[in-house]
Ligand binder design. Structure first.
Ligand SMILES: Cc1ncc(COP(=O)(O)O)c(C=O)c1O
Length: 483
């Protein structure tokens, strides 16, 4: 038996490469990523390739190993090249992501040291680091010391956790679900609807409150609807307001909504996945006034703190509500000791074992300080204004109102013919070019182009290039189809 065990150890030994092998593989990986970063500015942001990465299937998982060079080639051809490069400054669609370098090093250390970040007992330092970040964000929002929070994989899971917490905090039971009412707007991100369904609340009533011309919730209409629902025996339960909608970057009137939620005893949740970190800027502080009145808020470091994908945050003002919905116990965890003042993530979230997400956020904040993050957010706000004013000057272009945050909506209105069709074609031409990646939305039946500035690598030269491409493609289309 001993011989067999030793033989198996030998066979498995490539799982623990020696220093020389580690260096060889690491050097290749670092060379790969350096090339990726250094060449990015000259590469397309969006690349339509013939087979869309299908070549990955030519390399099935098998018994024998491949060389790192081959593996990186397969990755480059099939994963890096096709589709969107979200790390590019040319990513100006949806809500752009980030990918700051120091986060990758945080993930590297996290993977190698593999701390068990969900529970204080085995990993007190990792949990303290997590809780320190939660405190820092609570402080940014203006939440009190009673706040608890969770680092999740992204905004959707953070919103789901918030909705489950709000459900339990307001004591909703199954029989109440068909009578419970959620107040939001048509601009709410679809993950809110999804979360309600996952949380068992598919039968709950959704009220889409009318908005003003800038797509912000109308608080008078909100209050009217709450009163009407209460009078009809329904249960006004939850308000979901937006601190930056995905479509247009609208910020609901948070202060007024906060007062209404208090008056009528509803849970007030803010989806600030995109916009909440703008509270670090002067303009954002003003715009987001009342944010601290909410009971819970989602803010995504993988959006507006420029981190790579995989980090959303939920803050809940009263820790007890998060604990109430997520506490657990198990016989095999009987040695786990609670330490006063340090909540274990596993006790306030759906996850037990989890990626040590704090490190990818803590490392860049420590190595850069907060000042460059604030500057980068301010730059994005100004770039959106710059684009808005420049595109408004191009004959034939029509824009939405001044951007509140960093999303600009616009479209070309041809002298004749179908404007929706024209803009659809224009978008296709921009995407075929690929140097910048834009997207569209439907605003009250109008096909509208969007430019969202949030990638940390989007700068003045990127926006100038976008303006030049949009004008050029418009001219080309007009030339091919004279009006
Ligand atoms: C306002 C808003 N909320 C929630 C989400 C969902 O976040 P995630 O994609 O991280 O799950 C998004 C995504 O763009 C968003 O813009």
């Amino acid at each position: 038996m001993r011989d067999k065990i030793l033989e198996l150890e030998k066979k498995a030994s490539s799982l623990e490469p020696n220093e020389e092998v580690r260096k060889h593989v690491r050097d290749k990986v670092v060379a790969y990523t350096e090339r990726f970063i250094n060449e990015m500015e000259d590469e397309k942001a969006f690349n339509i390739t013939a087979d869309k990465g299908a070549g990955i299937y030519d390399f099935p998982i098998q018994t024998d190993p491949l060389e790192i060079e081959t593996v990186l080639d397969v990755f480059r051809e099939n994963v890096e090249k096709p589709g969107l490069n979200p790390a590019s400054g040319g990513h100006l669609a949806y809500i752009p992501g980030g990918g700051i370098y120091y986060s990758s090093l945080g993930d590297y250390i996290a993977a190698i040291t593999n701390r068990y970040a969900g529970v204080f007992y085995p990993s007190p330092g990792a949990v303290r680091m997590t809780n320190m970040l939660i405190k820092w964000m609570a402080n940014l929002i203006g939440y009190p010391d009673s706040t608890a929070g969770n680092l999740s994989s992204g905004g959707s899971i953070a919103n789901l956790t918030a909705i489950v917490t709000a459900r339990d905090a307001k004591g909703l039971k199954g029989a109440d679900y068909p009578k419970s009412v959620v107040y939001t707007t048509k601009q709410a991100h679809h993950c809110v609807d999804k979360a309600l369904n996952i949380a068992g609340l598919a039968e709950s009533i959704r009220r889409f409150i009318p908005m003003d011309e800038d797509h912000r919730m109308n608080p008078e209409e909100l209050e009217k609807q709450i009163l009407q629902d209460a009078e009809s025996g329904l249960i006004p339960w939850l308000i979901v307001a937006a601190a930056g909608t995905t479509d247009v970057g609208a910020v609901d009137p948070l202060e007024a909504i906060g007062r209404i939620s208090k008056r009528h005893g509803l849970w007030f949740h803010i989806d600030g996945a995109y916009g909440a970190f703008f509270v670090m800027t002067n303009k954002g502080k003003d715009l987001l006034r009342g944010i601290e009145m909410s009971d819970s808020i989602v803010m995504d470091p993988h959006k507006s703190l420029f981190l790579p994908y995989g980090l959303g945050v939920l803050l809940v003002k009263e820790a007890k509500h998060l604990q109430h919905s997520h506490r657990y116990s198990a016989n095999y965890l009987q040695d786990v000791i609670e330490t006063e003042g340090e909540l274990s993530p596993a006790n306030i979230s759906p996850e037990l074992t989890k990626h040590f997400r704090a490190l990818r956020m803590w490392l860049p904040l420590k190595l850069c300080g907060t000042a460059p993050f604030v500057a980068c957010l301010e730059e994005k706000l100004l770039l959106a204004h710059y684009f808005h004013s420049k595109i408004s000057e191009v004959p034939g272009f029509e824009t939405g109102g001044e951007p509140e945050l960093s999303v600009v909506t616009f479209r070309y209105v041809p002298k004749s013919g179908d404007a929706n069709e024209f803009n659809k074609k224009l978008l296709q031409e921009i995407l075929k070019d690929g140097r910048v990646f834009l997207s569209s939305t439907d605003l009250e039946g109008i096909f509208t182009l969007r430019l969202a500035v949030l990638a940390f690598r989007s700068h003045l030269r990127t926006i100038d290039m976008a303006l030049q491409i949009i004008s050029q493609k418009t001219d080309d289309l007009l030339e091919a189809n004279p009006q």
